[in-house]
Write a protein that binds this ligand. Structure first.
Ligand code: DGL
Length: 271
């Protein structure tokens, strides 16, 4: 089917999912929507995350996408069940694929998930692994999102913050760590440096891309005739979006557009 795939995140983190999807499916057209005007979602109450996320997903559906990818753990945790009921098209998300992979690769059954406050409060990862018998701890890392949204992925200040956030993870003895926020793969260098080589990192972005491929294949939605057109929409400033995105991901994003469909009024969606 020749319509684009709609990919959504609060800001820049979902670009890690978009890039992984494009690596696997270079012929697919994509529309990426980053709600940068309202990012970060992580510190917001779940009801608010739900409201913003559904407004963004509605906007993508109105643009005629053939499938939705919720490329944000905070939003996936808040709206997945609703989204699957609300839309007639298939919906991929980040939490379950990452949780499944972590359970498979962990040899000690001791897993840590790094996430935003919203994801931690939702209990989505704990629910996802509940039946498997693994031990799971959560470390909330809010400032990681701030660094990424500012285009910063290295430096002394970030290193200090990472050491502080990750100390409980090392004390816990996790052998597998889920990057349970799609912003965090952009910080995998510093996270891996602090945790050490013996800890396996599982990227929710990479796993989400794999499950998006599987979903499109299963539903017969892989596009034979598209041209790999990529559009990047933002609720904030397109110039800023393109500038920060290219700092984070090189030439993956060359230009960005304002999301006209998603004015601030549009956010007062009927739930
Ligand atoms: N990228 C998002 C996630 O996966 C959220 C970051 C934020 O807006 O706080 O949770």
């Amino acid at each position: 089917m020749n319509s684009p795939v709609g990919i959504f995140d609060s800001g820049f983190g979902g670009l890690t999912v978009a890039r992984a999807i494009v690596d696997q499916l270079p012929g697919e057209d994509i529309i990426y929507l980053g709600d940068t005007a309202r990012a970060p979602y992580g510190p917001r109450p779940i009801a608010e995350v739900r409201q913003y996320a559904l407004a963004c997903l509605d906007a993508l559906v109105d643009m005629g996408v053939k499938a939705l990818v919720i490329a944000c753990n905070s939003a996936s945790s808040a709206v997945l069940a609703d989204a699957r009921e609300r839309y007639a098209i298939p919906v991929a998300e980040v939490v379950l694929p990452a949780a499944r992979r972590a359970v498979r690769v962990s040899h000690k059954g001791r897993i840590a998930v790094l996430s935003t406050q919203a994801t931690a409060t939702s209990g989505a990862y704990a629910d996802a692994v509940a039946a498997t018998g693994v031990d799971l701890m959560t470390a909330v890392c809010p400032r990681f999102v701030e660094f990424v949204e500012a285009g910063i992925t290295g430096g002394e200040e970030l290193l200090g913050v990472a050491q502080e956030y990750l100390e409980p993870v090392t004390d816990y003895g996790a052998d597998t760590v889920i990057l349970g926020c799609t912003h965090y793969p952009l910080l995998s260098g510093v996270i891996s440096y602090v945790l050490g080589d013996e800890v396996t990192l599982v990227s929710s972005a990479e796993e989400c891309a794999n499950s998006t491929y599987a979903l499109l294949a299963r539903e017969g939605l892989l596009a034979p005739k598209t041209q790999g057109i990529r559009r990047f929409l933002t609720t904030g400033s397109p110039d800023r979006f393109a500038r920060i995105a290219s700092r984070l991901l090189g030439d993956f994003v060359s230009t960005a557009e304002a999301c006209e469909e998603l004015s601030l009024e549009h956010v007062r969606v009927e739930l």
